[in-house]
Design a protein around this ligand. Sequence first.
Ligand code: HEC
Length: 119
Amino acid sequence: MSLSIFTKKNLTRVVMPLTLALTAFSANVLAADVDADGANGVLKKNNCTKCHSVDKDKSGPSFKKTAAALKGKPDAEAKLTKHLTTGPMVKVDGAEEKHKVIVATDAELKNVIQYILSR
Ligand code: HEC
């Protein structure tokens, strides 16, 4: 008979599910976390800030305005992904031009979009 709960069998039974639960928990927390510094770095590097700011309209709408317009829409992320990767025609100060296509990794793009949507 063993008095220890740390038998090999118990370890697998208790520790493994606990580890999995903790891993899933921290993944969720990370997914909800926006890296604002990272997003701002990407926005600066891509010159997005020339036409956009968080709360003032420039040539392009403020991120707060975009966030408000897309709030609660299930396709918000897909919409912005398309907007930022396909270069749709937009009106910049009265003249039609292609919107800037973002240069970023998939993870950076996702973070930038979450940043914009959470303004
Ligand atoms: C030359 C100016 C200019 C630059 C640079 C620019 N944008 Fe825009 N952006 C616009 C304009 C103008 C619109 C409005 C398009 C419309 O409403 O038809 C827009 C729209 C948007 C929207 C709203 C899209 C929607 O569907 O509501 C987002 C988000 C956005 N831009 C992000 C960015 C990001 C991120 C960058 C950098 C990669 C960037 N923009 C670079 C001018 C610019």
